[in-house]
Ligand binder design. Structure first.
Ligand SMILES: Nc1nc2c(ncn2[C@@H]2O[C@H](COP(=O)(O)OP(=O)(O)OP(=O)(O)O)[C@@H](O)[C@H]2O)c(=O)[nH]1
Ligand SMILES: [Zn+2]
Length: 363
């Protein structure tokens, strides 16, 4: 038996390298690319990467490129050439929109259009999976393995990373125990750990729901500010407690607490979005200016958890038609939508109106 890390282990290691500011190497054939997260980049590493290749580029999503008025020749991403004057301040300003209004003229930008962009695309995927800003410095190299070895960097096969993103979700039940809740005394908490090393997710089971009948279910995405702090900017806290209260009253139900903070962008990025909202952008515009889609959640996780818990059909508590569509696509039968309209405040009225207008939420 080998002690070597396998592909999944290496991808998990790469995510944590990127968060620490350590570059990783993607290999495709003999050649490949060194990539580093723009957010955690340091000046010495920027200089070292510029030294690796004159084609070193700062890769951003099309969403971010639209805000910056940069060309995205690769469709969903743009490879911005690093002019001679590009320093760490420039990298940060292109990656991070907080100063967009104060210093709007960051260009003109020259986007690369020659050559392949697949490794650049994977670089952004890894950054998003690491819950970092979707902006990466990418330096093409001729001998990927040699560069990785010379610098003691994690070396990943590009095909493996691409396959990893598409592969099935595997979640292992680690433990469960009884946790009586004030709103639902007959509750049990289950902890599930994904095999890819990403965040754990939790399931609250109320009562002993029949596995052969549609279960009253809530797929709740983590919201530290709303669930725990009582933020008035959203309706998450009241929705969480409203769902548990209804399950308590019906004496059965299943609440998935999915650690997909900020619709899958992580708390740091959600706070960046909030800061943009303070500048006047709405919840969807803020995500786009950061380079994210409106909703970056992986709904396969919710479906996989329901199946692990033995359920194939749900009465889903939601106002979000996209959630219903995603569950149906993942093979979960949504027999009924149970509206969950609680927690409207004057502070979150505009947020809820934007969700209704732009994301199709039911009011
Ligand atoms: N990116 C971003 N995420 C936000 C914002 N406000 C709330 N969130 C996150 O949005 C998620 C809310 O998800 P859900 O409670 O599942 O809500 P939903 O998709 O609107 O659907 P239902 O509540 O089921 O109707 C949580 O992860 C919050 O952290 C915001 O302004 N920006
Ligand atoms: Zn919230």
């Amino acid at each position: 038996m080998s002690l070597h890390p396998d592909t999944t282990d290496l991808i998990a290691r790469a995510r944590s390298d990127l968060r620490m500011g350590v570059p990783v190497v993607l290999r495709s054939g003999t050649a490949g690319a060194v990539l580093a997260a723009a957010e955690t980049l340091t000046a010495p590493r920027l200089a070292a990467m510029q030294g690796l290749s004159p084609d070193t580029a700062l890769v951003i999503t099309k969403r971010r490129a639209e805000t910056l008025k940069a060309r995205a020749y690769d469709g969903d991403i743009a490879r911005i050439a690093l002019g001679g004057a590009a320093d760490l301040g420039w990298v940060r300003a292109v990656s991070e929109p907080s100063g967009d209004l104060e210093t709007p003229m960051k260009g003109p930008f020259t986007s690369q259009r020659e050559g392949r962009a697949d490794l650049h695309r994977l670089a952004l995927r890894l950054n998003k999976d690491a819950r970092l800003l979707p902006a990466a410095l990418v330096s093409p190299v001729e001998d990927a393995a040699a560069v990785a070895e010379a610098n003691a960097l994690t070396l990943l096969d590009a095909d493996d990373v691409a396959r990893g993103a598409e592969s099935d979700i595997h979640l292992d039940l680690i433990v469960s125990a009884r946790v009586p809740l004030s709103l639902a005394p007959q509750a049990r908490l289950y902890v599930f750990r994904p095999r890819d090393g990403a965040e754990e997710h939790y399931v609250v089971e109320v009562g002993a729901p029949d596995r052969d009948a549609p279960v009253l279910a809530r797929l709740h995405s983590a919201c530290f500010t709303g669930d725990l702090l009582g933020s008035l900017k959203c309706d998450c806290g009241p929705q969480l407690r409203g769902a548990l209260a209804q399950m308590g009253a019906e004496q059965h139900g299943i609440l998935l607490y999915l650690n997909q903070e900020g619709r899958g962008i992580g708390l740091a990025n959600k706070m960046r979005a909030y800061s943009l909202q303070d500048q006047g952008f709405d919840t969807v515009e803020a995500n786009h200016r950061l380079g994210f889609e409106d909703d970056e959640r992986d709904f396969r996780i919710g479906a996989a958890l329901l199946r692990e818990m033995g359920f194939g059909a749900v009465r889903l508590m939601t106002n979000n038609p996209a959630k219903i569509a995603m569950m149906e696509r993942m093979g979960i039968d949504v027999v009924e939508r149970v509206p969950l309209k609680v927690g409207q405040t004057s502070e979150n009225a505009a947020y809820l109106a934007t969700k209704a207008l732009k994301s199709g939420h039911l009011l």
